[in-house]
Design a protein around this ligand. Structure first.
Ligand code: UT7
Length: 317
């Protein structure tokens, strides 16, 4: 596959650390020092589906295609208002495409999982142009009285259009069933037959455990991919890492002995936008003219599961 178009959409509401201080026992100093975040963009009166559609339309326009040229839509999403139909079905109607649609949930790694699926579908010849969207509203999963989680997240949608080409150099996906350190459970409807005890509640996260696992797994994925591609760390133009915490990104940079100029970030402005973070950042780099044809870019993410996904692509647009 190769990427031929990108797009993104952010919610309008900007929530500063000072705004969080108004109702939480927290401080701008703590949040900046421990996470690198200053503001996050949070869904208020928008619907996630509208952000996903806006990002998708921009990506299709950037690719120079019509919506009817898209023959498959894959959307990475953890939650939205609908359990069914899938968000990709809603996006199809919103952009005016006429193709098969599917959602994937690989938590924050989902955008790279979806790209890898798109690559396979293009290789098999079953599709020509695929819209890959990552649309997330993690601010609807957290308890807004829990300072250890609610300050961390933001919402948004990023999209790319991929077509047949030689842009995917290599990829690596992993999952280890480790469900107790990060989860969100919701209550299903009762039935006359349910006798088991069921629980639901806002997102639970063991931050320290996730932090350690994230640094180790990202470092491992990146090392393996560089070796597979026969590249040195400095051969890449950018490392677009999942934007969960500036300290995780700095730890990976330190491990690779690279300075932070290789690691563009949006975590300070957008918070952790789950699987949308890598897609949002890719679009920002492209639209700011920071990507040149032939640049090699590594994308890497981790999330609940525990899942990880990473790939090296060549920028071919
Ligand atoms: O994409 C999903 C994946 N999630 C992540 O990648 C998150 C990974 N983890 C992290 O980013 C960090 O672990 C956090 C940012 C969540 C927490 O940072 P930390 O340096 O690991 O802090 P901690 O959890 O060890 O907490 C240190 C202290 C605690 O107080 P005590 O027990 O030392 O008195 C917390 O209660 O900081 C306290 N604390 C806060 N204080 C002010 C936790 N949240 C806050 C807060 N404001 N918002």
């Amino acid at each position: 596959m190769k990427i031929i178009g990108t797009g993104r959409a952010h919610p309008a509401k900007v929530v500063t650390n000072a705004m969080l201080e108004e109702f939480l026992d927290t401080s701008d100093e703590w949040i900046k020092e421990r996470t690198g975040m200053s503001v996050r963009k949070v869904i208020s009166d928008e619907k996630l589906e509208d952000l996903a559609i806006e990002a998708s339309i921009k990506a299709i326009e950037d690719a120079g295609l019509k919506a009817t040229d898209i023959d498959y839509i894959i959307c990475s999403n953890v939650v939205n208002e609908y359990v069914t139909p899938s968000l990709s079905c809603i996006i199809q109607g919103g952009v005016g495409a006429k193709c098969a649609c599917v959602d994937v949930n690989a938590a924050c790694s989902g955008f790279i999982y979806a790209l890898d699926m798109a690559d396979d579908r293009l290789k098999s010849g079953k599709a020509r142009n695929i819209l890959v969207v990552a649309a997330e509203e993690p601010t609807r999963m957290v308890d807004w009285s829990d300072r250890s989680t609610c300050v961390l997240f933001g919402d948004g949608a990023g999209a790319v259009v991929v077509t047949q080409g030689e842009g995917m150099i290599c990829s690596r996906l992993t999952t280890q069933s480790k469900t107790s350190c990060l989860y969100y459970k919701r209550m299903l409807e009762p039935t006359p037959y349910i006798t088991k005890e069921e629980t639901a509640g806002p997102m639970y996260m063991n931050g320290r455990e996730v932090f350690k696992t994230a640094v180790l797994s990202s470092a491992k994925d990146i090392t393996k991919l560089l070796k597979q591609a026969g590249l040195q760390p400095s051969d890449l133009k950018y490392y677009i890492l999942h934007q969960a915490n500036m300290r995780i990104i700095e730890a990976v940079a330190n491990y690779l002995k690279l300075d932070m100029s290789y690691f563009p970030t949006n975590v300070e402005r957008c918070g952790n936008t789950s699987s949308a973070s890598v897609a949002l950042l890719l679009d920002e780099l492209h639209r700011d003219g920071k990507l040149q044809r032939g640049d090699k870019i590594l994308m890497s993410a981790f999330g609940a599961g525990f899942t990880t996904a990473a790939c090296i692509i060549e920028w071919t647009k």
